[in-house]
Ligand binder design. Structure first.
Ligand code: FAD
Length: 812
């Protein structure tokens, strides 16, 4: 087994050593600059509140595993986790309404939860003023973790299997040879290593620099205060607390008991970014480096809010407090995985105590087996685009994710700053057309165009849209969808990432990396999947064979680029180059697409001259383009790719020609509605590495007979077994209702699945949703319900795709 050196003996480093050694990797050394196990890092003073419910399925699974594991741990007879329960109160109607959505998330991911009224809240927390709250969300299995104890208990288990833990070893460098990690250098000598894992918490960027790896993480302070003893709070010291953890999200506050006192955490203050240089100085002052001086003035409003919710606190006071430092990332998610910059260098950072054991388990599986049981694409270190790694971006976004920790964040809510960051060549035209932009991967992406307002019909008005689903939505979306089905529309597809894969080894490489038959005639496009070694769907791709040895590959995200790069042959026979920047793409789709494009081109664009799933270089007016006859919206048409400098010319040429045909520009929201109608899945949302291709309805893209490819054996096994669950299509029975995604699906009144993506179908005139369903409830015609803000909405499993199953609209 490889020699592993873990940097950091906080809760993450300890958990990782345990998870690795329990998988048989015994040569594990954990180094920390501080003492063991109260090292001085964030874990040393974390109050240890564990709330499991999270919009992310992955994070909820991490938390559930942590709770389960810590519940079974003890240190010298003392507990590591106590399920005192969690209570999140709502002080406003909106928050109460949002708790109904949170209840839905809990039910999606299997966390026990119920809504309770104000009286019940006051029964659980007698100090609480019931007049102040509408009620709360009670989660009985949430509770308190003792981070240092749980860390030591896991460390002892690891040491019993051969791991060693060394205090007072400050890591100062990472040694490398032949492009790989070979050792970890400390102030007390060098430790040979095949794998170095940075579990250095908020020091991550400093350790990253030693390895030449950018770590997009911002250390920030968060205030935590203790009151003086409070009348009526009287817990045995060894138990610490008996009442549930209390969250008051309307004021960005949380509370827990500490024997006879109350601890109060606040996210209400201004963001307090911390420079690592300043932390180091504090260290020399022999104070816990992650505990900065309490800035009492910042806490003052939070104290007032605390007294308002818990009036008995008026007789008490803040006795002590500190500004504790921990990690914030641009999207609030952890940083896990091996850096491609330096093979052998892994990150396990920006992880809360809440998720620590689950995240460590995932990293251990990833290292030892090459895949994880829980899908981790949202946590993968390679998810960021280059523009998202600049220090200014990391700082701006880190502060924003601090502000949003307890906010009600809408699934479509864009970042506010920095914008615009990335724009396509059509940006100026899109603005002229009144585009409403949302942001994704740093790109400005039009969701709809104000210019299409006159096309809105009564049916588009969305009578049933509640305030939540009406956010980031306009009736124009329906008009654009209809215009695409009836006429022709231009879609900016520039942000879809694309690669050039070329060289004598290119075909063999793509055949090995993906599932479908890529060995087709030049000029052909294939839809294919990336599986992980366990047969889970990592992603989907379109591969256009341009020449014998040259391909253009459309991928879903940076993670695909990273995955493909790591699987490139070492002999240099394949060159992979990302060409997203520097090129652009317009999708021209709709029954009139050919009428628009053919007059602009001397090339034969007829159905016989340019068939479906074919790719060719043609000219549109003055612009040379690579045209691909594919359509994610399920209509006749092409994706037209050209160089960025020619983009505006291409847009203007198409726009001029489209005038006579009533062509419109259409946005992502219409696009999403149309792709749902066609049953085209969105990788990472509809299916992840937790799903095999057959249950996801993608078996058609797997060609087991073509020979060896990554995940083939597992896929072959999956093809043989009857799936337990299926990704199915639902239509909502009430034509006025829509859902958003991540709602529980009830079968016979009980949560049995969850919605992945959803929207409104203009063609059908009702809401549609894709959802994971138990196999026995996945047959068309089955009646189920989607629980939306606590309300069960009747829905029916539909035969898919909903629109044009014969593909007559596309193949003509
Ligand atoms: P750490 O515990 O910081 O461990 C990193 C270790 O790396 C440290 O021991 C450090 O000494 C060592 N290290 C760094 N650089 C080097 C080097 N060069 N050489 C050797 N060693 C090095 N989370 C929750 O889940 N629930 C909560 O209620 C909660 N409340 C919080 C309240 C406060 C005030 C704070 C500050 C944080 C809170 N958190 C909470 C967050 C949680 O504490 C952290 O996310 C978590 O402890 C991070 O664990 P870690 O192991 O990654 O980092």
């Amino acid at each position: 087994h490889p020699r592993v050196v873990v940097i950091g003996a906080g809760i993450v480093g300890c958990a990782l050593a345990d998870e690795l050694t329990s998988r048989g990797w015994r040569d594990v050394t954990v180094l920390d600059q501080g003492p063991l196990f109260a090292t001085g890092g964030s874990s040393s003073h974390a109050p240890g509140l564990v709330f499991q419910t999270n919009p992310s399925k992955t994070m909820t699974a991490f938390a559930a595993y942590t709770v389960d594991k810590f519940s079974r741990l003890s240190l010298d007879g003392r507990w590591c986790f106590r399920a005192v329960g969690g209570l999140e109160v709502a002080a406003t109607r909106q928050r109460w309404h949002d708790l109904e959505r949170k209840l839905g998330l809990a039910r999606c991911w299997g966390v026990r939860a119920e809504l309770v009224d104000a009286r019940e809240c006051a029964r659980m927390w007698p100090m609480l003023d019931p007049e102040r709250v509408y009620g709360g969300l009670y989660t009985p299995d949430d509770g308190l973790a003792k981070a240092v104890r749980a860390g030591e208990a896991q460390a002892r288990a690891a040491m019993a299997r051969g791991a060693s833990f060394l205090a007072h070893h400050t890591v100062v460098g990472i040694e490398r040879d032949g492009g790989r990690v070979t050792g970890v250098v400390t102030d007390r000598g060098t430790f040979p290593a095949d794998i170095a894992v940075s579990a250095a918490g908020f020091w991550g960027p400093a350790v990253g620099r030693m390895a030449g790896v950018e770590v997009p993480l911002l250390p920030m302070a968060h205030q935590y205060a203790y009151t003086a003893p409070v009348e009526g709070v009287d817990n045995p010291p060894e138990l610490e607390a008996s009442r549930p953890l209390l969250r008051h999200q309307d004021r960005d506050l949380y509370f827990r008991e500490h024997t006879d006192r109350i601890g109060i955490g606040s996210y209400a203050h201004r963001p307090l970014p911390v420079r690592l240089e300043d932390v180091a100085e504090y260290d020399r002052a022999a104070v816990m480096p992650s505990m900065l001086e309490f800035t009492a003035a910042d806490f003052e409003p939070s104290w007032q809010d605390s007294v308002e919710l818990l009036p008995a606190l008026a007789d008490s006071k803040v006795e002590e407090g500190f500004n504790g430092v921990f990690s914030f990332t641009p999207d609030g998610m952890p940083l896990l995985g091996e850096s491609r910059r330096l093979p052998g260098f892994w990150l396990a950072e920006a992880v809360w105590v809440t998720h620590s054991a689950g995240a460590a388990k995932a990293v251990a599986e990833w290292m030892t087996e090459g895949r994880t049981e829980t899908d981790v694409h949202e946590c993968d270190v390679h998810r960021f685009e280059d523009a998202q790694l600049s220090p200014a971006y990391v700082s701006d976004r880190g502060k924003q994710s601090f502000v949003e920790v307890y906010d009600v964040v809408h699934p479509l809510q864009p970042m506010e700053h920095p914008r615009p960051l990335r724009t396509s060549p059509f940006f100026a035209r899109q603005r002229e057309l009144g585009a409403f932009f949302l942001e994704g991967g740093g790109w400005e992406r039009p969701y709809w165009y104000g210019a299409n307002e006159p096309l809105v019909e009564a049916a588009d008005e969305g009578r049933g849209r509640d305030p939540w689903s009406a956010r980031y939505w306009s009736p124009i979306v329906g008009a654009e969808a209809r215009a695409t089905r009836e006429g022709v529309a231009l879609y900016d597809m520039t942000p879809l990432k694309r690669l050039e894969v070329a060289g004598p080894g290119a075909l063999a490489f793509l055949q090995h990396a993906t599932t479908n038959q890529i060995d087709r005639k030049p000029g052909t496009v294939a839809y294919t999947l990336l599986l992980d070694p366990g047969g889970g769907v990592r992603s989907d791709l379109t591969v256009a064979r341009l020449d014998e040895d040259a391909f253009q590959v459309g991928v879903s995200s940076n993670l695909d680029v990273d995955w493909l790069r790591t699987h490139l042959p070492a002999d240099g026979s394949v060159v992979l180059r990302e060409i997203t920047a520097g090129t652009c793409c317009i999708g021209v789709w709709g029954p009139l697409a050919r009428d628009l494009v053919q007059p602009l081109s001397g090339d034969d664009l007829s159905h016989t001259g340019f068939g479906f799933f074919k790719a060719r270089r043609v000219h549109i007016g003055h612009v040379p383009v690579l045209a691909m006859r594919v359509s994610y919206v399920g209509e006749l048409g092409w994706e037209l790719y050209t160089d960025a400098d020619l983009g505006l010319r291409l847009w203007d040429t198409l726009w001029e020609a489209g005038r006579g045909l009533g062509a419109v520009a259409a946005g992502r929201a219409a696009f999403n509605s149309l792709r749902l109608e066609k049953g085209y899945r969105l990788a990472g949302t509809d299916m992840t590495s937790e799903h095999d291709p057959y249950e996801a309805g993608l078996g058609f893209a797997v060609k087991l007979e073509k020979g060896e490819f990554i995940g083939r054996d597992a896929a072959a096994a999956a093809a043989e077994r009857a799936p337990r669950r299926r990704l199915g299509c639902l239509t909502l029975d009430d034509p006025d209702r829509v859902v958003m995604g991540r709602e529980p699906v009830l079968v016979d009144g009980r949560p049995a699945g969850y919605v992945t993506s959803a929207g409104y179908s203009t063609t059908l005139g009702r809401g549609v949703a894709y959802a994971w369903l138990p196999a026995e409830a996945a047959d068309p015609g089955t009646g189920v319900a989607v629980e939306y803000f606590g309300e069960p909405l009747a829905a029916t499993v539909a035969a898919e795709p909903l629109v044009d199953p014969e593909m007559a609209r596309i193949r003509r």
